[in-house]
Design a protein. Sequence first.
Length: 295
Amino acid sequence: MDPGLASALLAGARGGDLREVIPSTMGEPLLWAGIDGLIEACAAGRFRLNLTTNGTWPGRGARSWGLRISPVASDVKVSWNGASAATAEAIMAGLDFAAALDGVRQFAAARDEVAARTGTRCRLSFQVTAQAGNVDELGALVALAGTLGVDRVKVNQLQPRVAMLAARALPGSQAGRDRWNRAVNSMRSAAAEANRAGRALELQNVAPLPPLGAPPEPAGPCPFVGREAWVLHDGRFAPCPHPAAWRGELGDFGDVGSQPLSAIWSGEPLARLADGYRDHPVCRTCALRRPGGAE
């Protein structure tokens, strides 16, 4: 996204309903040329920054990024895929696991320095994609998080958008579901142990899966439509992160380059979708409305 577009968007949102800014859920936002301007715009508009990073802390290093980000952040999520170097480095090609561990420690220390000075403490999270390659060490991953100053472990099931990923997705087979359900017990035990030791650690999306072929649980409410405003890199508005929405299959809502975000947010197309998404064919089967999906 053009940094100027992002800055103008946030300037126009001051005093409105916007509370939190999430700069990308794909790619590495700390490499974006506009990240410093976005941090400054969040501070000026009193918006909280909710950021996901791959944990390599490019350019500045973890400590400097921690001091820069923590004063305005509500949550910093670090993509994390294993408790061991072998697993983490196999899933994230090019990762230096030892350096990643050191980076989390440095960021957590900087966050705590900022909290002690300002009274504002951002949450530090691990964001994990559960899959065949890491499910057996998810309990150890949670235990590791508890030693690093991590506040939350959020686990999403792999969503195989391309055929080559289908074999890695745990819900697709009974064996995968059984492995996941054993991991649920391990993660809960590790989190309970961390909490008993005085290290508060929250788990999110850690619930057993029913047997393969069992009737699916009723879909829950959409966590996105009418709650989050997704602005794509070219300024187009999407009501949620589903790829179908980005392709325009949920409707045409306009773009922020030609009209204020507030006009799109209060417009009839979004209101119509918010009222009727439960009957939309994309939304009826959306995995993001089910246990283990995104929130």
